[in-house]
Design a binder for this molecule. Sequence first.
Ligand code: BES
Ligand code: MN
Ligand code: ZN
Length: 466
Amino acid sequence: MEIKVVQDAKNIEADILVVNQFEGEKTSNELANTYAVEQDNFKGKFGETYLLPTYGKEIYKKVLVLGMGKKEEFNPNKLREAVAKAVKKAMQMEAKKVSFFFDGIEFDYSEQFTMGAYIADYAFDKYKSEKKDNKVQEIYVQANADNVKKAEKIAAAMTFARNLANEPAQYATPSELASIACDLGLETKIYNREECEKMGMGAFLAVAKGSSQEPKFIHMKYQVDNPKKRIAIIGKGITFDSGGLDIKPPSSMLTMKDDMSAAACVLGVMSIIREFHPQVEVHGIIAACENMPGCSAYKPGDILTAKNGKTIEVDNTDAEGRLTLADALCYACELGVDEVIDLATLTGACMVALGTNAAGIMGNDETLIKNLIDTAERSGERFWQLPLWDEYFDSLKSDIADMKNTGSRWGGASTAGVFLQKFVKDVKWAHIDIAGTAFLDKPQKEFIKGATGAGVRTLLTYILEQ
Ligand code: BES
Ligand code: MN
Ligand code: ZN
């Protein structure tokens, strides 16, 4: 798909001309007004569409009226969703050239227009022997060309992340993630098992023990002279989460190839960062391994020593993400960065609390958290703050070690958060739980089922705004 910025989008020889209609109002198109609005009483409710042919009387073959909902409720996020809807409709009709003419929209819609189009124009069909040929080839729109370009790059990073998270665990192994990281053209260091052992990463390595896949600790660096800020982004990289010896039931295990969605997000961000040349130093960190119940697997009751010397009694081998993140957080804190942001498909509890439209965010710095929530909102994602009160640590107390890796079922997202906090030292830190938003089991808004590239838009926007 290619987006072409034009001067007059309503005079294009297209398969479809898309025009907007605010609820109860007219459109910019006479045919649409006569047949859809007046004759057929089409209202323009949000997300509704009306298609009419032009019978060779216009240079476009059809007009698609796109319902935008009430004008006073309209915003860039709704625009993105509506555009995605139109692109999907065009794909169904196998239209190749689609022109969008928007009238009466009072903000610069260039970025969210582009995001909506690219998010909708996604399929994971590499393993289909017969691929559908329904992609839109050309989109015409009146927009700000620079903002379209910027959004195209962010969208490409999202697609990169979605492809990686959709990839089956048999292929997207820790070694594969490491090799992908090495191919991004950044300064990258991969630590193998022995090197991680030397660094004292006893929590991360314990999780890797039950698998025949070698663990890989990945550190990518984007560097500039005199950076305004130094940021580390960490992504949970469990390439498959069987639960380990505390094995998951089949229905819960079914989508667990997605447990490296946060790693995919970090790789997506790092894959495009150089093209923006932001004046910030960014470290991308992934502790990649598989959580399997092999004969060397770590066991409930084992006591692990993390990189910072803290000891952890294994209460449940399925709470593996926080163990791998513990060592990754220690590592990141030693880099002397200003901020550490970790993302993880960490808890089913977060998904229960917030659903699939919002990620949970917590941390030790209110300004950083507020900033990320605001950036998410403007980027088209939703973050919602969860508390990190000391009381959440009560259930993690162990009789024989510094802590256990799981505690009470109640408040599970915050309990995981306070666990992680024990491995954060002298740095501003935010933790984003994307368990609900990273991977969809049915289509939602502009997304098809499967990986969403959660976190990519927000992190990139955040980095670019420093
Ligand atoms: N990867 C899962 C969390 C998850 C659940 C992600 C559903 C996406 C969708 C994580 O490793 C896990 O198993 N968490 C446990 C923690 C529990 C044992 C304290 C959970 O949420 O059940
Ligand atoms: Mn688990
Ligand atoms: Zn997991």
